[in-house]
Design a protein around this ligand. Structure first.
Ligand code: ADP
Length: 555
């Protein structure tokens, strides 16, 4: 529950619409209580009246009609303002979450995809409805109970204590007991839903291979297990909710019987007359309308508490890399220097150990070596996706840790083997490299990567939407779109991490051969397992965490 309170500032911004919703919800219930109470009093009084003509029918029936209208209008207004507040909260929550997610690169190493998706969708939704479905109805019920108890203290004091006790047991104790009893099952539902999402995403991603290897059965078993786990947790929640519903109904019945008993006693003592007693009894029944949704509210509150915990876990996780308190400006140029760098994902088992090398501005070097030697790790270190355990990495003499990461990312660009093509137009895909690039610049960079003719030949040219993950493009075309995007950036150093993996031999050779010419006066560091063409200035070989031999300048 404390985690929900941590979101108070976001809720605070919507104080106005939330208070309006609460007021309208109270007005709806009050109109309902007034409507039934007045009807009970009016019908009984009319029936008991010996001379019908002496009874004023007009005022009460106008009151009944008036209250019905108030009830309809206030219910409508309550829904309108409640949903508006919820939708605004939804957008505020998403913005809050994205602002905290982005500095956490690389995300995938910390949260599974399914888990992250659950946090972004289900957890945010569980939290944005917390006012509409939980806090609002609970506050309405408590205030209704208080008002009805005061009414009884005035008109039927003998019933006030028993009604008050039973009503508050129904609207406070039962929901609290339900939240406590459902905490474990609630957390299990969230965890099981997240596991199911992961199983579904894995199944979708790997569908083709699973079918071709006839391994669909195992994938189906895995998702069935995730479904059964989720269903079992939901059943447990449902059972608790059913017991709580029965308890609320039972307490409502007892409150009615208690009021009836006290009412009969007061009637005999002539402390109350028949019509007033009928009116009060019907008002008591109407007051329990406020408790109708409370079981759902309590279940939601338990889910929202778990969701708030999970969202706070994202907000609270420290970025992998620390920003310097007083960032230095990186000097101009593209000179990169690794000085006795040691790094291990597990610090006990260093991947790089005493790695030193230097690359001059506008050199185009390749780093080769066996798989697992730590080539990609060099790329990660240069982009500060991880920091070295010992040693220093410098750009133009400045320690990378002394610069702001936003400036570093502007000066050093990365193109990985799985650089994504997004489901969007070719123009939008390219402009990720530089927002302001106009169509002439996009055309020039596409020509440079030999895609100019291809894109101009498409009926919609740059506006052509390329499929999800670039599926309407060949692997070579997709990779060239990513290369063009990287070339558009203004970075002085570009790191390529296996840029040709997955391409056929000829496309790979052409891609690498042309790369140095495309770099012009920028520095390129290309991590590759492919044969390095003679167009590169140097090849460094990585072995056992160091450069194997002094690198040989190329002729
Ligand atoms: P290369 O690019 O030369 O194939 P990598 O730099 O990707 O090698 O990996 C070097 C070593 O670090 C490998 O043993 C690999 O298993 C390990 N490694 C890579 N990434 C991670 C990671 N995120 N967590 C833990 N170990 C990793």
């Amino acid at each position: 529950m404390r985690a929900i309170l941590a979101f108070a500032p976001l809720f605070g911004r919507l104080k106005g619409p939330m208070l309006l919703t609460l007021a309208l919800s109270l007005l709806t219930i009050a109109a309902g209580i007034g409507l039934l109470g007045l009807s009970g009093w009016f019908l009984t009084a009319a029936a008991l009246s010996t001379a019908g003509s002496a009874f004023n029918l007009f005022a009460p029936s106008a009151g009944v009609r008036g209250l019905s209208f108030v009830r309809i209008l206030s219910r409508y207004g309550e829904r309108l303002s409640g949903h508006q507040a919820t939708l605004r909260l939804l957008s505020d929550l998403r913005a809050w979450l994205f602002a905290r997610l982005f500095p956490l690169v690389p995300l995938s190493r910390r949260f599974g995809r399914g888990d992250l998706m659950s946090r972004l969708l289900a957890d945010v939704e569980a939290l944005d409805t917390v006012f509409l479905v939980a806090l609002g109805p609970i506050s309405t019920a408590v205030l209704t109970g208080l008002a009805m108890t005061v009414l009884l203290v005035v008109f039927l004091p003998g019933a006030a204590a028993i009604y008050g006790t039973l009503f508050f047991a129904a609207v406070l104790l039962v929901p609290i007991a339900l939240v406590l009893a459902s905490r474990k099952a609630g957390a299990e539902v969230v965890a099981a839903a997240s596991a199911l999402r992961q199983a579904v995403l894995d199944g979708l991603d790997g569908h083709q291979d699973l079918v071709l290897f006839e391994a669909r059965g195992e994938a189906e078993l895995a998702s069935e297990a995730a479904v059964s786990r989720l269903a079992a947790a939901r059943r447990r929640l449902g059972r608790n909710a059913a017991i709580a519903s029965a308890a609320v109904q039972g307490l409502a019945g007892l409150a009615l019987l208690g009021t009836l008993g006290a009412g009969f006693a007061a009637l005999e003592l002539r402390q109350v007359d028949g019509p007033l007693l009928a009116g009060l009894l019907l008002a008591v029944i109407a007051s329990f309308e406020a408790s109708a949704l409370l079981v759902r509210s309590a279940t939601r509150l338990a889910g929202a508490a778990a969701a708030a915990d999970r969202l706070q876990a994202i907000a609270g996780s420290a970025p992998v890399i620390a920003e310097p308190a007083e960032p230095q400006v990186l000097p101009a140029g593209g000179e990169v220097r690794f000085e006795a760098v040691r790094f291990g994902y597990d610090p006990q088992r260093p991947v790089l150990d005493g790695l030193s090398f230097a690359v001059r501005t506008s050199e185009c070097i390749a780093i080769v070596g066996p798989s697992g030697a730590g080539k990609s790790t060099i790329a990660q270190l240069l982009l500060r996706l991880v920091d070295p355990d010992a040693g220093t990495i410098r750009l133009n003499g400045c320690d990378l840790r002394a610069a702001a990461s936003s400036e570093l990312r502007r000066r050093v660009a990365l193109m990985t083997q799985d650089a994504p093509v997004f489901l969007d137009s070719i123009r939008a895909n390219l402009r990720i490299g530089r927002d302001a690039a106009d169509d002439a610049e996009l055309g020039a960079v596409l020509d440079a990567v030999h895609l100019g003719g291809f894109v101009r030949g498409l009926p919609e040219g740059l506006a052509t939407v390329v499929g999800e993950a670039g599926r309407t493009l060949s692997a070579g075309e997709a990779r060239r779109i990513c290369l063009a995007r990287t070339l558009l950036s203004e970075a002085e150093v570009i790191v390529f991490d296996e840029p040709t993996s997955g391409l056929d031999f000829e496309t790979e050779a052409a891609f690498l051969t042309e790369l140095p010419a495309l770099m012009r006066d920028r520095t390129a560091i290309v991590v590759t397992h492919a044969a390095v063409p003679a167009t590169f200035s140097r090849v460094l070989e990585l072995r056992a965490g160091r450069i194997a031999e002094p690198s040989v300048p190329r002729p």
